[in-house]
Design a protein around this ligand. Structure first.
Ligand SMILES: [Fe+2]
Ligand SMILES: [Fe+2]
Length: 285
């Protein structure tokens, strides 16, 4: 079933938060996706709408959907394997724009991963949906900030090829909410905490003060996203009687997650709620 064919509720019933998240996930126009996500948060709606146990009750067979309706995305950027994306020096105008474009693409995928968390996993507490709606709206803000900054460099979103690591892991963990929380926010987004200060140092060297300021906003918000991942991973482990650290190692290997790369941003990771045991284990994964 193409998720765009998912029937909207009758006019007598307001669509639920999860239904609206699904429709935004399928939206292929970046501007409409980002603005719609911001509006969804702004008009969050009544507790009944975000309440528990709303199982949308559809199973998408992504294998049977060669058009990959999820996530909705524009025709460009062209997606390539990460080894096939050219590495450019940020010290050239093209390379500078390509770097900002790469981060904008990560943020575009991050909107999708947050919307996917909202619609895909039913029966969670209302706070879970509120947290992921906050993430989705902040990712939309990040995407728009970077898209606008890219325009000042003479480029648009879609001008450079991009890789899809963040979405690939989101898709791989679609059947396991514990793996999703373990490996997307608190592994891939946590790698972003480590990567941001070195990128800011490069931008400072090329005199891109607005870019540095945008990444300050991103870093502060991303600490919150990783914290949300940590909160729900801990909650799910407690519910399912799993021991968080050993189970994380199992998931990390099972899903072939990318290793964290030093230098680690230990301050940001601590603020995001990683324990000292978890931080000590980073180098042993
Ligand atoms: Fe972000
Ligand atoms: Fe994020």
């Amino acid at each position: 079933m193409d998720p765009r064919d998912f029937p909207m509720p009758s006019p007598t019933r307001l669509p639920t938060l999860r239904e609206r998240a699904l429709h935004l996930l399928c939206e292929s126009d970046p501007e409409r996706k980002a603005r719609g996500t911001l509006s969804l948060r702004a008009g969050q709606g009544s507790p009944a709408e975000t309440g528990t146990g709303m199982d949308i009750g559809i199973e998408l067979d992504l294998q049977a959907d060669p058009q990959h309706a999820i996530p909705g995305r524009p025709a460009r950027p062209e997606l390539r394997h990460h080894t096939q994306v050219p590495q450019r020096s940020p010290f050239t105008p093209e390379g500078h724009a390509a770097l900002i474009h790469a981060i904008a693409h990560i943020e575009f995928n991050a909107i999708n991963l947050a919307l996917d968390a909202i619609w895909r996993f039913g029966g969670m507490p209302a706070a879970f949906y509120e947290d992921w709606l906050q993430v989705a709206a902040e990712e939309a803000k990040h995407f728009l900030l970077l898209r606008d900054h890219l325009a000042t460099l003479g480029h648009a979103y879609g001008d450079f090829p991009a890789h899809d690591g963040l979405w690939t892991m989101t898709d791989k963990t679609r059947h396991d909410i514990v793996a999703r929380m373990a490996l997307v926010p608190r592994t891939l987004e946590a790698r972003g905490l480590d990567a941001t200060p070195p990128i800011q140092a490069k931008l400072r060297r090329i005199g891109d003060a607005p870019g540095v300021a945008i990444l300050d906003i991103l870093l502060a918000d991303e600490v919150g996203h990783v914290a949300i991942g940590n909160r729900w991973y801990a909650w799910l482990c407690a519910r399912e009687g799993l021991s968080p650290l050993p189970h994380y190692r199992v998931l990390f290997r099972q899903y072939e997650a990318p290793r964290p790369k030093p230098p680690y941003n230990l301050q940001a990771r601590r603020e995001a709620g990683f324990t000292e045991d978890e931080l000590a284990a980073l180098g042993e994964l």
